[in-house]
Design a binder for this molecule. Structure first.
Ligand code: GLY
Length: 127
């Protein structure tokens, strides 16, 4: 795989994660395929499909106050027009005025479509 594709996919993933932290629905929905599927702790072991489940959290607004999202140790695998991006996601933020960090392992699947890479599936679990 060309390192430029790897760099592009990591940058897209960072953009996606920043859109989540900022409550930026326009960017998030532009990066995702409308049929996005996901396993995440909020869904209690259920596979959620489509964008509606995720929209709920964007409507509540992003992280309040200073925050920063870091992608640690990313690994990218290109399988034709599909890419697997794995990493640990660290989010630094304030809770009651005290700095804290959350850590999650994430696998995000991207598909190269006619209008660019689209996010089609992810799995998140707490570290
Ligand atoms: N819950 C939205 C996302 O992690 O993509």
């Amino acid at each position: 795989m060309s390192s430029s594709t790897e760099t592009e996919l990591i940058a897209l993933t960072q953009k996606l994660l920043d859109s989540i932290a900022n409550g930026d629905w326009a960017t998030y929905s532009e990066l995702c395929d409308p049929t996005l599927s996901a396993f995440e702790p909020e869904a209690h072991g259920q596979l959620v499909e489509g964008m509606n489940f995720h929209r709920f959290y964007f409507d509540l607004g992003g992280i309040r106050g200073p925050h920063q999202t870091t992608i640690c140790c990313p690994r990218v695998r290109l399988l034709g027009d599909v890419a697997i991006v794995c990493y640990t996601r660290l989010v630094q933020k304030l809770e009651n005025g005290t700095a804290m960090t959350t850590a999650n392992n994430e696998t995000r699947i991207w598909q190269r479509q006619a209008n660019g890479w689209k996010h089609v599936h992810f799995h998140r679990s707490k570290v």
